[in-house]
Design a protein around this ligand. Structure first.
Ligand code: MG
Length: 231
């Protein structure tokens, strides 16, 4: 009997990828970065590749939060041949000032939360940076839906470490059998929930192929509104 639903935040409820892209474009224009980089597309693609890799390293505990933050723009800039600490600082500042104002969600996020909140107790489990996550919860108006937000910055262990899930169970006072985890990131959300013995729903809107050697999740959905068929 499921009593609690645990949600990942970025790219599961909020459209972090879309908001990042839009904020990056605005920042690129504000700072006239076409004078320093060949094109926005190249800047964006390089950023994304580096970003995926630094988050992978953070999940594996190979780098700290501080290193993650320091690498975010320094690394893609270095790959694009620009070494400029002041510019990097400015890029960081202007990007986040735009990013944290944007409110694009994944389709049906609010409808599904409205549906679920009357039937289950809800929690967020996230590896995102503490200050950003609190600001997002407020900006998106998600606070009324969730009893708690458990962050790797607070507990000290990022997903897929099972301890962040165990901590969430403890805070919500439910057993692993009474919880289910929903997230877009297979290696963080699904593997982590599997390790903690929690059922999993993989939100896979872009139909990513599951690589060999990984245990299939309990459920896979491509649109959040499919949750009403499961829960
Ligand atoms: Mg995510």
């Amino acid at each position: 009997m499921i009593k609690a639903v645990f949600f990942d935040l970025d790219n599961t409820l909020t459209d972090t990828e879309g908001n990042s892209h839009d904020a990056m474009r605005q920042m690129f224009e504000d700072l006239h970065l076409n004078r320093r980089f060949d094109s926005f597309e190249l800047f964006w693609q390089t950023y994304r590749q580096c970003n995926d890799e630094i988050w992978r390293r953070y999940r594996l505990k190979e780098i700290s939060r501080e290193e993650l933050n320091n690498l975010r723009f320094a690394w893609p800039m270095e790959l694009l041949g620009v070494k400029d600490d002041l510019l990097e600082q400015k890029i960081n500042e202007v990007f986040f000032s735009h990013f944290l104002k944007l409110r694009k969600t994944m389709p049906h996020a609010y409808e599904v939360l409205d549906y679920l909140k009357n039937k289950y107790r809800l929690a967020v489990v996230s590896n995102g940076t503490k200050s950003s996550q609190h600001q997002k919860m407020a900006n998106f108006g998600f606070q009324p839906y969730f009893e708690t937000m458990v962050l790797s910055d607070d507990v000290g262990f990022p997903k897929p470490d099972k301890r962040i899930f165990e901590k969430t169970l403890e805070i919500m006072q439910v057993s692993a059998a009474e919880a289910i985890m929903i997230g877009d990131d297979f290696d963080a959300d699904i593997v982590g929930a599997q390790r903690a013995g929690i059922r999993q729903i993989w939100f896979n809107p872009f139909h990513v192929e599951l690589t060999d050697g990984k245990d299939a999740p309990d459920y896979t959905i491509a649109d959040l509104n499919e949750l009403v068929n499961i829960l």
